[in-house]
Write a protein of this length. Structure first.
Length: 299
């Protein structure tokens, strides 16, 4: 019977859901038995994975806080625009508001600037030499230079300034934090997959004869693979569970630091870290198992 004929026949055969449930139950039992066969090594694997995941979670959560600090400091930066004489600041403000990335503009009349300066310094009785000023805020520190260049080309502008060095340092910090986070993710993936790979290899060796018998009997490849993949995923899941508890203390410490500097914590940061940690640990655990099976069983 050809493959196409077999598939067409199977389509007309009603599925026995009870049998499928039994298969899933049997696969669950096989996964549990494989874990029992691994013995005390399970403790070493899970605690090692929990330590790796804790380091990842701490780095990821800290990176979110550093990014929030950088963004808050960057938002405080503004471009000071000094206008030429006889230029209407309100009219220029409306023009600059149309530029991309501009979020707010404050007009500082030269009379106000002069009055403030006279209260701070002892000045002679002379005419006000100060210009009208616009303080322009940008949505992101990375966009300061582009907005600066756009405003500078305007004929009504006499001079401009902003904390360019500080903006560059903030951008560098964000870049370094993102790079470190990616490196930590890569290291976590490599270590997790290596640990799971070695563990599953031990289980495969202990069940080699049993697996050969199942293959000779025509057992589905996925029936053989599934318990190993589930075992790797389960290691990742339990490791994440253990890592949550110490991660909570790190979260509280970072929250206290945000309160001290009066900068709000990134919204949903802890939930995001936990979600990413569980997802990546389960995924890497399953992938490590799958690669080991492909390498040692050729199924």
């Amino acid at each position: 019977m050809s493959n196409s004929l077999k598939s067409s026949v199977k389509k007309h055969i009603p599925k026995d859901w009870l049998s499928e449930i039994r298969v899933l139950y049997r696969l669950g039992i096989e996964t549990f038995n494989d874990i029992i066969r691994t013995g005390w090594v399970n403790v070493v694997i899970i605690t090692t994975m929990a330590a790796i995941l804790l380091i990842f979670g701490a780095c990821f959560r800290t990176a979110l806080s550093i990014s929030t600090f950088s963004k808050e400091i960057g938002n405080a930066l503004e471009i000071s625009v000094y206008l030429k004489n006889n230029v209407d600041p309100v009219e220029l403000k409306h023009e600059i508001e149309k530029f991309d990335h501009v979020v707010d503009i404050e007009i500082i009349p030269k009379a106000d600037s002069w009055t403030k300066l006279k209260t701070e310094m002892s000045l002679p009785n002379i005419d006000n030499p100060l210009p009208d000023t616009l303080h322009v805020k940008v949505d992101n520190p990375e966009n300061l230079q582009s907005v600066f260049d756009n405003i500078k080309s305007h004929t009504s502008v006499e001079d401009m300034s902003y904390a360019k060095d500080l903006a560059a340092k903030i951008e560098l910090v964000n870049h370094v934090v993102k790079t470190i986070t990616i490196i930590v993710i890569g290291i976590m993936a490599l270590l997790t997959i290596t640990i799971i790979n070695n563990t599953i290899q031990l289980v495969i060796q202990s069940r080699k004869e049993e697996i050969e018998i199942m293959r000779l009997m025509g057992v589905s490849n996925w029936y053989i693979r599934f318990p190993f993949i589930m075992q790797g995923a389960l290691y990742g899941f339990v490791g994440s569970l253990l890592a949550i508890f110490p991660l909570g203390y790190i979260q509280n410490a970072l929250n206290n630091m945000h309160k001290f500097f009066m900068i709000p914590s990134p919204p949903g940061a802890q939930q995001l870290v936990i979600f990413v940690m569980f997802t990546m640990s389960i995924l890497f655990g399953a992938v490590g198992s799958f690669w080991c099976i492909k390498k040692h069983l050729q199924v």
